[in-house]
Design a protein around this ligand. Structure first.
Ligand code: GRF
Length: 212
């Protein structure tokens, strides 16, 4: 299975996906920020690393169309957003319906958007985590594939909590991609996602991290 990964920054999720040595071909890594450190990770592995600077385009639509054109050169079965920090327009999202995956650093539907860790701390939640989901036009609301939970500690700062969540992200994102590649993710009529196991039965997915 071929996939294209979109990034904007340091690329630690990309690194986790690469390190997992999944039976997939990462055909290209594209960043809307030309200086993204993640591009170097791809280059180091001989993967085409393509900067596509959104600032060079007059509108979101023009940029999205250019992005579609570059992605589709590789004909990927799956497009993976790994720390891609730019909103994608509806027509982009619909173009990749059912094959566009994102990871978000909260237990959705809590804390969509930015600054999730600081907001979780401000609310006093005791469990936080991350969510892998299919992308739909409504930001951070697509069908949930898998979630991983971590405990919130009383002395956490946004930075310490972010680090704990990031470690969970690195565990679940490669798994979700592997399940997709194996054809094991079932998108149900009610918009929910189940995992088919070897015996053909289905299960929902929840991974608990370091609960005390
Ligand atoms: C991750 O926390 C991801 O969930 C969010 O942005 C961050 C990207 O980190 N969307 P990295 O670039 O993968 O290191």
């Amino acid at each position: 299975m071929k996939l294209v990964v979109l990034i904007s920054g340091r690329g630690s999720n990309l690194q986790a996906i690469l390190d997992a040595q999944l039976p997939v071909e990462i055909a290209a890594v594209i960043s809307n920020r030309p200086d993204a450190a993640g591009l170097d990770l791809a280059r180091a592995r001989g993967i085409p690393a393509l900067p596509l600077d959104h600032k060079q385009y007059a509108s979101r639509e023009a940029f999205d169309n250019a992005l579609i054109e570059v992605i589709d050169r590789y004909q990927p079965e799956l497009v993976v957003l790994a720390g891609y920090l730019r909103i994608l327009g509806d027509s982009f999202v619909m173009h990749y319906a059912g094959r566009l995956m994102n990871i978000h650093p909260s237990l959705l539907p809590s804390f969509p958007g930015l600054d999730t860790h600081a907001r979780a701390l401000a609310e006093g939640v005791k469990i936080h985590g991350c969510t892998v989901h299919f992308v739909t036009p409504m930001l951070d609301h697509g069908p949930i594939i898998v979630q991983a939970a971590v405990a919130v500690h009383s002395n956490d700062t946004a930075a310490t909590l972010a680090a704990r969540v990031l470690a969970a992200e690195h565990r679940v994102y490669p798994k979700a991609i592997a399940w997709f590649a194996q054809g094991r993710l079932l998108l149900l009529d009610n918009g929910q996602v189940n995992l088919r196991d070897d015996s053909g039965s289905e299960q929902t997915l929840f991974i608990s991290g370091s609960l005390p």
